[in-house]
Design a protein around this ligand. Structure first.
Ligand SMILES: Cc1cc2nc3c(=O)[nH]c(=O)nc-3n(C[C@H](O)[C@H](O)[C@H](O)COP(=O)(O)OP(=O)(O)OC[C@H]3O[C@@H](n4cnc5c(N)ncnc54)[C@H](O)[C@@H]3O)c2cc1C
Length: 452
């Protein structure tokens, strides 16, 4: 632990301002890297990144980790290594409290896997505090959902799901081997929520079941033995995207033998079933909840900040909180509208990335005593991956807001580019290229799915 970081402001040897970024996710790690390698290296500010975990994994890849198509270990970034390379400090801990008058952030104790304390509670002084703590699954108060449905927010949850999925496939395969003449009771997987996350996950699971049958579970007939349902409360899937894209995605999901139920609201989740609002009961071996997100509940306890109904911190066009110019918020945890309307930007990696780029430039200008313009979001389009079946891309065109829809190889290529773009912002061109070659060699040499 770097003890000097916890020294009270009045006793600090350095008088450069300290920018503390809380949350090293899609946005926070980009911001820390950019600020560290610019104002941090030049000695114009001290940049500190705080996260409750020691490592970063890019959240949009979680469905690939959950289906076994990506080994999280090979895509994990150590915050401490990134900090050393790019001129910022890293502190592990969960933000618990903010004293806005004294400008102190309280970080909770860090415990090991057995619950033994590794680090005590600490108080970190700041000059500017940037909240980038992301979002959590919104179960919308559906009874049993938080208890029995699996969320997909971090690597542990993705691994938990993958193990359950693998065990269910192994069991079904064993039964099929033992009693080949009898029909097997299919494994029922219900994905609640057919936004981009739910659609991508359902498609990845169908592909995973096909590959597991090809490599390991030879008696498993995926289309018969693994029943995947995608359930959406709205009248159609992908309600936030263009209807033409949704229609194409729906058709492709049908070809993958994924059952799509639309206009179906979930009223209750139990350990082995789900109940719909109209009283139907659907068997469920694994229920996964991808129906929406909200700001972390902890934000309510932090520093008495103004939040919207989704628990997001309300920010101005410069991403500062209206009550305290020394507190900033961005990414999923912030309620930011960038087009002059009250419409809040969606919780997407693209938004977090653009806001990180904006904040790194605006902090540099602020430190140089220059004026700062407000943040503007430029929608570069949305890609929805359908795993092995390809991808679909949508982009709004011009003021008439007509959409360009692209599928096939071009859309699949764009999907792959998204992650490389994130890596480029974190590692620069040379290291991203080396990493990409390493990934390609690994993919060429190993099965495309984790088999254990
Ligand atoms: C399965 C899945 C697929 C997705 N696919 C896409 C996609 O294809 N395209 C797209 O644009 N978006 C996608 N998203 C959304 C995207 O991942 C988020 O919009 C993006 O990660 C938000 O970035 P962020 O920096 O705000 O938060 P996050 O990336 O969630 O990072 C938050 C960080 O804060 C840390 N943290 C939280 N609370 C505390 C605390 N109290 N103290 C300290 N640290 C804390 C967390 O550990 C984490 O590191 C997907 C999301 C999921 C779950």
């Amino acid at each position: 632990m770097n003890n000097a970081l916890f020294t009270p402001v009045a006793d600090r040897a350095t008088c450069v301002p300290r920018i503390v970024i809380v949350g090293g996710g899609a946005g926070g790690l980009q911001l820390a890297t950019r600020l560290g390698s610019t104002v941090g290296r030049k000695g114009l500010a001290e940049v500190v990144l705080v996260d409750r975990y020691p490592t970063h994994f890019w959240k949009p890849l979680l469905h690939e980790a959950a289906s076994g198509h990506r080994d999280p270990a090979s895509d994990t970034i150590e915050y401490a290594a990134q900090a050393r390379q790019y001129g910022f400090h890293f502190v592990q801990g969960e933000l618990q409290q903010v004293d806005r008058i004294q400008r102190l952030a309280t970080l909770g104790a860090v415990l090991d896997a057995d619950g033994v304390e590794i680090l005590p509670q600490r108080v970190l002084p700041y000059d500017d505090l940037v909240l980038a703590v992301g979002s959590v699954t919104n179960f919308f108060g559906v009874p049993g959902a938080s208890q029995f449905a699996l969320p997909l927010e971090n690597v542990e949850q993705a691994e938990d799901f993958r193990r359950k999925f693998l065990a269910a496939c192994a069991k079904a395969n064993h039964l099929a081997e033992q009693r080949p003449e009898q029909p097997v009771q299919p494994i029922c997987i219900n994905v609640i929520g057919a936004g981009a996350t739910g659609v991508e996950l359902a498609a990845a699971l169908r592909h995973a079941s096909n590959q597991l049958a090809a490599y390991r579970f030879k008696s498993l007939l995926p289309d018969r033995d693994v029943r995947i349902r995608l359930i959406e409360g709205s009248a159609r899937i992908l309600p936030a995207l263009d209807e033409r894209l949704a229609t194409r995605a729906h058709a492709q999901l049908g070809q993958l033998h994924i059952e799509v139920l639309t206009g179906v609201r979930i009223a209750q989740v139990a350990h082995d079933s789900i109940a719909t609002a109209t009283g139907d009961r659907l068997a469920s071996d694994i229920t996964i909840w991808a129906a929406g997100v909200a700001g972390p509940a902890a934000l309510r306890e932090i520093g008495n900040l103004r939040l919207n109904a989704s628990n997001q911190v309300i920010v101005t066009e410069t991403l500062q909180t209206p009550d305290d110019p020394h507190i900033f918020a961005f990414g999923d945890c912030a309620a930011c509208s960038s087009d002059g309307t009250s419409r809040v930007l969606p919780p997407r990696a693209q938004v977090a990335h653009q806001q990180a780029v904006y904040l790194s430039a605006s902090f540099a200008r602020r430190l140089a005593g220059k004026t700062i313009a407000g943040f503007t979001f430029h929608d570069a389009g949305t890609v929805v991956s359908l795993g092995h079946a390809g991808a679909l891309f949508q982009r709004q065109l011009g003021v008439h807001r007509r959409s360009l829809i692209v599928d096939g190889l071009a859309a699949s290529g764009l999907y792959k580019v998204l992650y490389r773009k994130h890596l480029l912002g974190l590692h620069g061109t040379k290291r991203t290229l080396l990493r990409s070659i390493g990934d390609w060699l690994r993919g060429w040499n190993e099965p495309s799915i984790k088999l254990h």
